[in-house]
Design a protein around this ligand. Structure first.
Ligand SMILES: Cc1cc2nc3c(=O)[nH]c(=O)nc-3n(C[C@H](O)[C@H](O)[C@H](O)COP(=O)(O)OP(=O)(O)OC[C@H]3O[C@@H](n4cnc5c(N)ncnc54)[C@H](O)[C@@H]3O)c2cc1C
Length: 371
């Protein structure tokens, strides 16, 4: 088959690479690959850390994708020569004070109900596991929540896609896609993976601004820390070479995503309270981008309800979890394009759930910790 993918964030690239690997003739269109939400992402592969009441289907999708990641990262590394920095030391979910710890325990209730692994730790055990922590009320070890460097994932996927990338904006037309300068690519299927920009064509997608701050630390934590610090959610994600990512805010915001001073100060203050050694870290970068949010926090993966003559498959609305969900989305998109069996965990996320309400999964509200 011939397939076009519009959008080269982590989701579009993963879909394009999966289709190319299956032997299809693929083009992926984007004037600035990897520069959307993917650029800000911390790279947590955190289905357990993200779990919240009323989102069981999303948790199962995340767990399925997290299980694909070790092999996926190894394959990308071997085939492209780019090490994507997969770290498998797990995640500590931390409560700084006793109110914070209560919120952590609410997340653990969800994991217990789904039979997912975690280990509760008292204050001393938490600091024994992670000596960079300050005095905290308690924590839980999530051994299966890992992390990766999304920018390296983009680099690896671009390397594998080679000249299948067309550096141009594109739109769906009657026979395939057309770029801004009028170049056409006729094809059997178009995958729409335009992140938060999909909102112009997919009304369920809305932009949710988030900021991350990149630091260079002499003594970074050894694993991901997701915490509440006196009510402020914050995470600290270590990467190769002493790089540390601090995040993230979450604001319903339609304007250009520009980092807000107050938000950045609150995040950095919380991060330094949690890990006092960050006091001397260097600030490398502050990045704000729009996450592609949806009404039920789940992605839209599958045929578009009212597509024209060309078959359109959506891969949008990955909100807080596009990096985590990239491998399972790629598999599901390939199945939708080929008309083969879609993985069972991805079936609840067909776009038609919004037009046929019996498929709607419950809305999650009042989340504890954000990606
Ligand atoms: C602060 C922050 C932290 C995050 N942390 C994590 C995390 O730790 N783990 C995790 O799993 N997720 C995380 N996320 C979420 C994750 O980044 C997103 O879910 C994911 O990047 C979405 O990928 P995407 O490819 O759908 O969209 P994007 O990365 O936004 O890519 C969309 C691409 O489409 C292109 N495009 C748009 N319109 C067109 C067009 N007409 N023609 C051609 N190209 C077009 C854009 O140029 C862009 O490159 C985070 C997000 C933010 C903002």
């Amino acid at each position: 088959m011939r397939a076009a993918v519009i959008g080269a964030g982590v989701v579009g690239l993963a879909c394009a690479e999966e289709l190319a690997r299956a032997g299809h003739e693929v083009r992926v269109f984007d004037p600035d690959p990897g520069a959307g939400a993917t650029r800000a992402a911390a790279g947590m592969l955190a289905p357990a850390g993200e779990a919240w009441h009323g989102e069981a289907d999303l948790l199962r999708l995340g767990v399925a994708s997290a299980r694909l990641w070790p092999q996926y990262a190894a394959r990308l590394g071997a085939a492209s020569g780019v090490d994507v920095d997969l770290r498998t030391a797990g995640t500590l979910l931390v409560g700084q004070d006793h109110d914070d710890l209560r919120q952590v325990r609410r997340s653990l209730e969800v994991l217990a109900a789904e039979g997912l692994r975690f280990q509760e730790l008292g204050p001393r055990e938490a600091r024994a596991q992670e000596p960079t922590l300050s005095r905290v009320a308690g924590a839980a070890l999530l051994p299966d929540d890992h992390n990766v460097n999304p920018r390296k994932v983009v680099r690896a996927l671009l390397q594998l896609l080679g000249d299948r990338l067309v550096a141009a904006r594109a739109a769906v037309d009657a026979a395939g896609v057309v770029t801004a300068d009028g170049t056409r690519f006729d094809c059997d299927a178009v995958v729409v993976a335009t992140g938060a920009e999909a909102r112009t064509a997919v009304p369920q997608v809305r932009p949710v601004r988030g900021e991350t701050i990149r630091l260079r630390a002499g003594d970074p934590p050894s694993r991901v820390l997701r915490a509440r610090v006196h009510g402020q959610p914050v995470y600290v994600v270590p990467r190769a070479g002493g790089e540390v990512v601090v995040g993230a805010s979450e604001e319903e915001h339609d304007a250009e995503p520009v980092a807000g001073l107050g938000t950045v100060v609150r995040l950095l203050h919380a991060a330094r309270t949690l890990v006092p050694g960050l006091e001397t870290a260097g600030v490398l970068e502050i990045t704000a981008r729009h996450r592609p949010g949806t009404p039920d926090n789940g992605p839209l993966i599958g045929p578009r309800a009212h597509s024209g003559p060309v078959r359109e498959v959506l891969a949008v609305g990955h909100y807080r979890g596009g990096v985590l969900l990239a491998p399972v989305t790629a598999q599901a998109v390939r199945a939708h394009v080929e008309g083969s069996d879609v993985p069972a965990v991805a079936r609840p996320f067909v776009p038609s759930r919004f037009t046929h309400p019996q498929h709607v999964t419950p809305t999650g509200q009042g989340r504890a910790l954000t990606t």
